[in-house]
Design a protein around this ligand. Structure first.
Ligand SMILES: [Mn+2]
Length: 318
């Protein structure tokens, strides 16, 4: 198969993290639009691939080897994302050819003051290091909310303010990219990445092509160890709770040993649940400023080769 050479591949791979952050923060309409178009091409091409980082419909497959850095909800918190990238030395290590995959679990927008910058930074990373970056879709990338921290507006209003984008051209570009993001990813050593939850309908074929009901389960559901089967999600008024038996069956159907999700900020002593088989990561400080001050903020670091049996030791606070 002849793989089309994409504009992203011609980019100088010499940029430092600081330089990439500068590009993201410049809020240059032309650059942001070009990057969104290139990333859409990359995502299209990943759906046509048969090896390497690839997708079948909405299901992404991460090849074996190296390690993954896992980022949970960001919600417009660019400084936490930069802190994680600095602490893990992601850009420099990837440039040296190390196998390192950044997996972002969704919920990039809403709440925080740097929603546009967070999306720009992730898209610039995808453009420059396409085989080392996986962005999943969160509920906010489907249904933006107007719940924002003081000083921040909705993603649409942030776009208008930051780009003078009164025609919504950049907002539309971002949502075209969001619409093409995968719903879940798995690794060859049995790690299942998803934004929110599972149900008894979760399997690879349904994630790939199962439509909006499956999408809703993945982006909205939350885990509850005391739930027998599934239950109405009384916290959110949308989505459902899944209990241990449902989770165990879902991991089995996915041929995975552990799962890592985001969606729900939790206190440090509650992030490892379901017999050490589920790790829930929040990477945004914003949620603390919005009154949940004891919630854990950090990232995951996990090997993509060899057996993985439990989520113990994967989480790192920032
Ligand atoms: Mn969410």
């Amino acid at each position: 198969m002849v793989v089309k050479k994409l504009p992203g591949e011609k980019e100088a791979k010499s940029l430092t993290l600081d330089e990439i952050v500068d590009v993201a923060d410049k809020l240059d309409f032309g650059r942001a639009r070009e990057t969104a178009i290139i990333v859409k091409d990359i995502l299209r091409e990943e759906r046509a691939r048969h090896s390497g980082l690839r997708m079948t419909g909405n299901m992404a497959y991460i090849p074996k080897g190296g390690n993954a850095i896992v980022v949970g909800d960001l919600h417009g918190d660019e400084s936490s994302l930069v802190k994680i990238l600095k602490e893990t030395n992601f850009v420099e290590r990837v440039k040296k050819g190390e196998k390192l995959t950044l997996v972002a679990l969704g919920d990039y927008i809403d709440r925080g003051p740097q929603q546009v910058e967070v999306v720009n930074l992730l898209l610039e990373l995808k453009r420059n290091f396409r085989d080392n970056v996986v962005m999943l879709k969160g509920d906010h990338e489907i249904q933006p909310s107007s719940e924002n921290s003081p000083g921040a507006k909705s993603f649409l209003e942030e776009n208008i303010k930051k780009y003078n984008d009164f025609n919504g051209g950049m907002y539309r570009q971002y949502f075209e990219v969001f619409g093409m993001l995968p719903l879940a990813a798995k690794t060859e050593n049995g790690i299942f990445f998803f934004h929110g939850g599972v149900s008894d309908k979760i399997n690879e074929a349904n994630i790939a092509y199962g439509g909006s009901e499956i999408e809703k389960d993945i982006v909205w559901n939350d885990g509850r160890e005391n739930v027998d089967g599934m239950a109405e999600n009384t916290n959110r008024g949308i989505g459902r709770f899944f209990g241990p038996s449902v989770y165990k069956r879902a991991l089995g159907r996915m041929s995975c040993k552990i799962g890592i999700n985001g969606h729900e900020p939790l206190e440090k002593d509650r992030i490892e649940r379901f017999d050490g088989k589920l790790l829930t990561i929040n990477s945004s400080e914003i949620i603390r400023h919005m009154a949940y001050r004891n919630y854990a903020v950090g990232y995951g670091y996990v090997s993509l080769e060899g057996d993985v049996e439990s989520v113990g030791g994967i989480f790192h606070s920032i």
